[in-house]
Ligand binder design. Structure first.
Ligand code: NAP
Length: 633
């Protein structure tokens, strides 16, 4: 941290600060009662769909003046230490939000504040690992975000583990997706693990190399890199009842096969790991180059060529501007429009002033992260179907309809002058029935002379290009598939055989993949999955939930090892009851009614990705493992 800063430097840092977060951090440091008195107003965002707690301008100035006085004294500067009582923290969170919170919301938010060095840590009940940990081994499948997180938890517990990764490097999706301008469309101050404090992000929405570097950094720091076997694929795994172990079959790139015996298996193979190449007729006749975004070829030279882009989800929309910049011409083939949101800070750099403030203002980093987390909860009220609202002529609910109106207005500002573009840019499903797509310059690219939006539908491919449903042949040199992933094929291509030869195909034959809490399944003892069926909560961040899930799994492993059990298996009745409750909760939300065709809904028409409960309701169920839900033998 720079120690020789001027008052002017601090002033500039404070001008760019999140003033509500700053206020609470300053209160935590000083307990100045004037900071409590300040009123928070809930300011509408996105046309009134969401509300963001904000200070009045005069209170904001007062907070900055007080913070300046505080920070002028170098002795006050630093990351902050000490943890207030829960009652005090709750008062601070309510002060920030401008409204009271439920106990369950506090329990979830308290973790996200991350005041401990290692929040959501798991320890042995006796303080140290029991002797039985010797010889207990876990295989983690996949070294992406969740595989790395699981490895770190296991390493801290001293449980032996091996991570099997089929790619030639760690970081999963962030190693694999290297298409031009790929970046995370979630703010870094929430898309990060809370056990890594004040990571020096360069961008608020970092590009792929920066996210990859971050993930490698935490893997190295926690000593798990050497535990990953790269270039090795898990092909199958079978539960052996006699030994109470999994036999995990692997194959390396030279074709060498091996069977690893493991007491437990954690699948961290990801939701977006199997690229989907659509079965378009004539694909084998096409003479040009083809590439899927997840397997980008850096020798692919599309400069000056005629490019076809199929797909306009988060990936295709993110990619179009780069293609349009360098190609002679791009035809964007769109089957279904996406709801696209503007994120003004998408390209914002983290300034030296911001970095300084994170280091200098005690706990400011924690409260900024908390503000980001808290902000995601607003999405939840947009997902509920409001039948009374409908009876009055509304579409989904008041907030959702307001969001829709604001998104339509955004489209109008971008392409309102062009009826073809405007008419074809308004989805006929509700916002948030699919994942919202962040505008990385999609609309501006559509406005370019060298870009066409084609909505005629793809009939088939021929040697020279794409033939549309209208019979037109569009010549294409390079065809890019931004067509997403086989999301419903959990664990593909690994074939797991559980107790008595049980398979997931059988367990899920009725209406697709299901799990208990997104994590465990009956007939599959000692098997856990991360980012599993219906595991994606309605608020919070991916990293947050990965940390919660890995804690839950760790608790079950601790119970197994400490209790000397051979197997831990989700009870069938617990699984059935949970899924029945989940289906009922899902029916009140918009995914199945509005999201058909998107990957939130599986082939059977059932919501298969999202978690229906409010985030704090799910957190209450998953924050600690209930042993009675499992048969321990
Ligand atoms: P996606 O959301 O599943 O979108 C696939 C696109 O391909 C859709 O537009 C789809 O059209 C189209 N498509 C598929 N098959 C087609 C066919 N046969 N003919 C015409 N169009 C076809 O996949 P994605 O964009 O790769 O995104 C997947 C997820 O990855 C995201 O939701 C997000 O979670 C993650 N992601 C994140 C970021 C980020 O953080 N920046 C970036 C990229 C991806 P239909 O809608 O008509 O099926």
């Amino acid at each position: 941290m720079q120690s020789d800063v001027t008052a002017e430097f601090i002033r500039r840092a404070l001008d760019g600060a999140d003033l509500n977060a700053l206020r609470v951090a300053l209160y935590q440091a000083t307990r100045d009662p004037a900071l409590v008195e300040m009123a928070v107003e809930l300011r509408p965002a996105r046309g009134g769909a969401f509300f963001i707690p904000a200070l009045s301008e005069s209170d904001g100035e007062l907070v900055k003046a007080k913070a300046l006085e505080f920070l002028l004294d170098p002795a006050h500067r630093g990351p902050g230490s000490g943890i207030p009582s829960d009652a005090e923290l709750r008062a601070m969170m309510e002060m920030l939000a401008g409204e009271p919170m439920e106990d369950r919301q506090f329990a979830m938010g308290r973790e996200e504040l991350a005041l401990e060095d290692f929040p959501r840590d798991v320890t042995w009940t006796g303080g140290t690992a029991p002797a039985a940990v010797q010889g207990f081994r876990v295989v983690v499948v996949g070294a992406g975000v969740s595989g790395i997180a699981m490895a770190i938890k296991l390493s801290r517990l001293g449980i032996d583990f091996t991570v099997i990764e089929r790619q030639d490097d760690l970081t999963g999706t962030w190693h694999r997706n290297t298409y031009p301008d790929v970046r995370v469309d979630t703010n870094a101050f929430i898309y990060q693990f809370k056990f890594e404090k004040r990571y020096p992000w360069k961008e608020h929405f970092p590009s792929q190399p920066e996210v990859k570097k971050y993930l490698r950094h935490i893997a190295e720091k926690h000593g798990v890199v050497d535990r990953v076997r790269l270039g090795v694929e898990v092909t199958a795994a079978a539960w052996d009842e006699d030994s109470g172990t999994w036999r995990v079959s692997t194959r390396d790139r030279d074709g060498n096969v091996e069977v690893i015996e493991a007491n437990a298996v954690v699948s961290a193979s990801g939701l977006f790991s199997t690229a989907k190449i659509p079965a378009i007729d004539g694909i084998e006749d096409f003479r040009g180059e083809t590439v899927h975004t997840a397997d980008w070829r850096h020798d692919l030279d599309y400069a000056g060529k005629r490019v076809g882009l199929i797909g306009n989800g988060s990936t295709g929309t993110q990619l179009l501007p780069s293609l349009a910049r360098d190609a002679a011409h791009v035809t964007a083939f769109q089957r279904t429009p996406s709801w696209i949101v503007e994120v003004p800070a998408l390209r914002a750099l983290v300034t030296e002033h911001e970095k300084w403030l994170f280091d200098a203002m005690p706990h400011y980093w924690n409260w900024v992260g908390y503000v980001q987390f808290h902000g995601t909860s607003g999405f939840q009220r947009v997902q509920q179907i409001d039948h009374e609202w409908r009876a009055q002529g509304g579409l989904i609910n008041e907030n959702n309809d307001k969001l829709r109106a604001s998104l339509i207005e955004y489209v109008r500002t971008k392409v309102g002058h062009d009826p073809h573009l405007f008419d074809n840019s308004i989805p006929d499903y509700a916002p948030l029935a699919r994942r919202l797509v962040v505008d990385n310059g999609w609309f501006d690219s559509l406005n370019r002379d060298n870009v066409d939006l084609n909505v005629d539908g793809i009939s088939h491919l021929v040697a020279e290009g794409v033939v549309t449903e209208t019979g037109e042949t569009i010549p294409i040199d390079v065809l890019v598939f931004a067509t997403g992933f086989e999301v419903s094929s959990y664990f593909y291509p690994v074939v797991y055989e559980g107790r008595g030869g049980a398979t997931f195909a059988e367990l899920w034959q009725k209406d697709g993949a299901r799990a208990y809490l997104g994590l465990t399944m009956p007939q599959f003892p000692n098997f856990y999955c991360l980012y599993g069926p219906n595991a994606v909560p309605r608020a919070g961040s991916f990293m947050q939930w990965v940390d919660v899930w890995t804690r839950y799994i760790s608790e079950l492993l601790i119970a197994q090892i400490e209790g000397g059990f051979t197997s831990v298996e989700c009870r069938q009745e617990v699984f059935d009851d949970y899924n029945a409750r989940m289906d009922e909760a899902t029916s009140a939300l918009l995914w199945e009614e509005q999201g058909q065709g998107g990957y939130f809904v599986n082939e059977q028409g059932r919501s298969g990705v999202q978690m229906p409960w409010l985030a704090h309701e799910y957190h209450e169920q998953v924050r600690s493992a209930t042993l009675a839900d499992y048969e321990l033998k």
